[in-house]
Design a protein around this ligand. Structure first.
Ligand code: ARG
Length: 723
């Protein structure tokens, strides 16, 4: 699952879980010793040191977080190194943006796929960075130094922030590695992570979309699945094998460890573990939060996205150019559009609200039965429930702000790039040189944006989504421009307003933007409606406190601390927060409903069963069809005589885990995790023991596609195959 993309918003810190079964749990690597006996009993043949070790090569050295240059540690997906030449395997939908960026009507790699047959055929993956965990360490004591219980939340946050700054600074002084501190259990624990980030990444290959995204949105978030959801990259390093900016002189990275690839397959019940960078879970969301999601944020998000998708699709259907331009944006929007629908459905079906209430009652009773506990944790529930009670209209406004404005038409967020630049324009004479240089940079770095921008499409989205915001958001959170300009000057007509904006704004087209950049002035900027919209959107975002309040954060922290204190005999894992985790369990099937049984693997037979040449989600490329019909599977065939495509395990994953390796008991790669299942879409809130599955591409299907469909035997040859 790919992480939900909120590029400039920092993920809030949420927390973890009770009721730990073998399969549930996103475990911290440095503490994996606690789980070791259980893992061993289930079939793990490695030692804890084989998994995480700071002094020797271990599995973690082959696990890679995918980020972008601006947010290197905001891992949106996971990858694994599978050769001594820095070859990285991840999902197709994780590489989608890069495949799309290199595609054009003439070279449509989305449609046709692409595999480099030699290093010089690999494409620079501009903006993508890949990070390896060097070490991690509990720094709770240092972070909470000087923090007291009677401090105000604001003072507490300030103290913590300044302690973290000191810790990071010291860590960076100690070595060249990157450093990040993340909280676990909502402010109750803190860990320091040391990272090595590689900046020269190249796109190596991807199957055609008809393989990598087979089943499209129809099959998304569902099992049975027949998708070859993979793509490949390569990490390059300088001559000393160290991270370096892109250069022709860089060489393939020689990793500390790479995963051997098993051709032996798996059986039901086999041990399987997944290591990766899950983005966020809310396993300790309260019943109040569940209700809020059901009543407000989920339906609102779905409503806005339905409209956005409709408008994009309308234009994508008119030309190949627009189809390619909007392919990645469409897929991203559609992914969580379907997710939130599934989540609401599953929350109801799996009675999550009632389950949460029961848990909370237990905790309440535990707190109330003792005066010391009452003094310590008594505020947890009142703070949380009051927040949800008071914040209904804020929550609605916040959802609209995110979905209709921040992630709405691109013309709103694009001018954000110029916020600092605008400062320079205050003193044009003094800053002449700087302005010139920055303007040139802005023109250059915006090329990517314009390549995938179609003015009429953005304009349609603008008119429709802004009107939705205007009509549905309470007055208190309206943008001033809607009241002062749209209502007055344009009589509330958003189409007319859009006409004006896209005719006049310097952000409406590449031409206008570049012309403005040749002679940028503060006056033009400040009169520009798009620039004004951007500023008011950001102001409103801060007014809404990022959707939460200090009181809420405090309530949440106490709530989680109380849970830990109530169940001292349990091993807890913190909620996902884009830090590396390990989840273990086994390969297995499930029963989604009465009298229904789903097998734990799919085969190529199902690809032909699903084939529908009239539906672009279910096209089967002619050559693939031929390979399947001729059973031309080579060494990738299963011992049962069929070609497996995907399989299910009960590993505990979420968005950000996309592309994570599924590893057998010997530490060998058997698959790549890429999705969760429809029946357990409430899984980010409560792990569903009987229902929740992790959906994986069988590594042998991946190799079959590379070798037989892609003809890239060169890539197979550099892997370490276990036969
Ligand atoms: N739901 C999966 C994820 O979040 C797969 C998304 C890509 N596939 C698709 N049909 N859009 O990672």
């Amino acid at each position: 699952m790919i992480k939900r993309g909120l590029s400039f918003l920092f993920a809030l810190m949420f927390v973890f879980s009770v009721n730990v079964k073998a399969d549930e749990g996103m475990w911290l690597l440095s503490l994996i010793g606690k789980n070791y006996q259980q893992m061993k009993a289930q079939g793990l043949k490695l030692t804890p040191e084989d998994i995480y070790n700071v002094n020797h090569a271990s599995l973690k050295d082959a696990i890679i977080g995918l980020g972008n240059a601006q947010q290197p540690f905001g891992f949106f997906c996971t990858g694994e190194i599978i050769s001594s030449k820095g070859l990285v395997l991840t999902n197709h939908h994780c590489g989608f943006g890069q495949i799309q960026a290199h595609s054009s009507v003439e070279h449509d790699y989305l449609k046709d796929g692409y595999f480099a047959k030699s290093y010089d055929q690999e494409f620079p993956a501009d903006g993508m960075v890949m990070t390896r965990l060097v070490s991690m360490k509990d720094v709770t004591k240092e972070v909470l130094e000087g923090v007291t219980d009677d401090m105000s939340e604001t003072d507490r946050a300030e103290k913590i922030a300044s302690n973290i700054k000191t810790i990071i600074k010291a860590a960076k002084k100690e070595s060249k590695y990157g450093a990040d501190v993340k909280t676990m259990f909502a402010g109750n624990q803190f860990f320091l992570f040391r990272y090595e980030t590689f900046k020269d990444i190249r796109l190596v290959g991807a199957p055609p979309q008809a393989v990598g995204k087979f089943g499209g949105d129809t099959d998304n978030w569902m099992w049975p699945r027949h998708t070859g959801d993979f793509s490949m990259f390569r990490i390059y390093a300088n001559k000393d094998n160290k991270p370096a900016k892109y250069s022709k002189d860089n060489v393939p990275y020689n990793p500390i460890h790479h995963l051997p690839v098993s051709l032996k397959g798996y059986e039901k019940g086999d041990f399987a573990m997944v290591m990766g960078f899950p983005g966020s879970t809310e396993r300790f969301l309260t019943s109040y939060g569940v209700k809020e999601a059901l009543d407000i944020s989920n339906p609102t998000t779905v409503k806005i996205r339905t409209e956005k998708l409709r408008l994009m699709k309308e234009d994508m259907n008119t030309s190949d150019k627009i189809r390619i331009q909007y392919a990645s944006k469409y897929a991203q929007t559609a992914n969580y559009w379907k997710y939130f629908q599934g989540q609401s459905k599953a929350l109801k079906k799996n009675h999550i609200y009632e389950k949460k209430q029961a848990q909370e009652k237990k905790l309440q009773d535990w707190i109330n039965s003792d005066e010391t506990r009452k003094a310590k944790y008594g505020q947890a529930f009142p703070l949380i429930s009051k927040f949800y009670e008071d914040n209904k209209s804020q929550q609605l406004a916040y959802t609209y702000l995110l979905e209709a404005l921040i992630q709405g038409p691109e013309i709103i967020l694009f001018p954000m790039k110029l916020r600092q630049f605008a400062g320079l324009l205050e003193k044009p004479k003094e800053n002449e040189e700087l302005i010139k240089k920055n303007a040139e940079n802005a023109i250059e770095s915006s090329k990517e944006h314009w390549k995938d921008y179609n003015l009429p499409t953005d304009k349609k989205i603008f008119a429709s989504l802004l009107e939705m915001y205007y009509k549905n958001v309470p007055a208190e959170y309206q943008l001033p421009i809607f009241k002062d300009v749209v209502a007055k000057k344009f009589k509330g007509n958003f189409n007319k307003f859009a006409d004006e904006v896209y005719k006049k704004s310097v952000f409406a087209s590449e031409d206008k933007f570049n012309k403005f950049m040749e002679k940028p002035t503060k006056k033009v900027l400040e009169k520009d409606y798009a620039y004004i919209l951007m500023k008011q959107t950001i102001d409103t975002y801060f007014k809404l406190g990022g959707g939460k309040t200090d009181d809420f954060r405090k309530g949440k922290r106490l709530f989680e601390a109380a849970l830990l204190a109530m169940n001292t005999d349990k091993i807890y894992y913190p909620d996902a927060n884009s830090t590396i985790r390990l989840t273990y369990g086994n390969v297995g099937d499930y029963q989604p409903a009465d009298a229904v049984h789903y097998n734990y693997y799919t085969t190529t037979k199902g690809i032909l069963e699903k084939e529908d040449p009239t539906n672009d989600e279910f096209i089967v490329p002619a050559k693939l069809k031929e390979l399947i019909q001729n059973k031309d599977y080579g060494q990738y065939i299963d011992k049962d005589g069929t070609m497996h495509v995907a399989f299910t395990t009960n590993n505990d994953i979420t968005g950000g885990n996309s592309g994570s390796p599924v590893i057998n008991g010997n530490g060998e790669l058997i698959g790549t995790a890429f999705d969760g299942n429809w029946e357990a879409m409430s899984g980010d809130i409560v792990f569903e023991n009987e229902l929740q599955k992790c959906i994986n591409v069988d590594i042998r299907y991946t190799l079959f596609i590379i070798d037989k469909l892609g003809g890239a035997k060169n890539l197979i040859d550099e892997m370490t195959l276990v036969k």
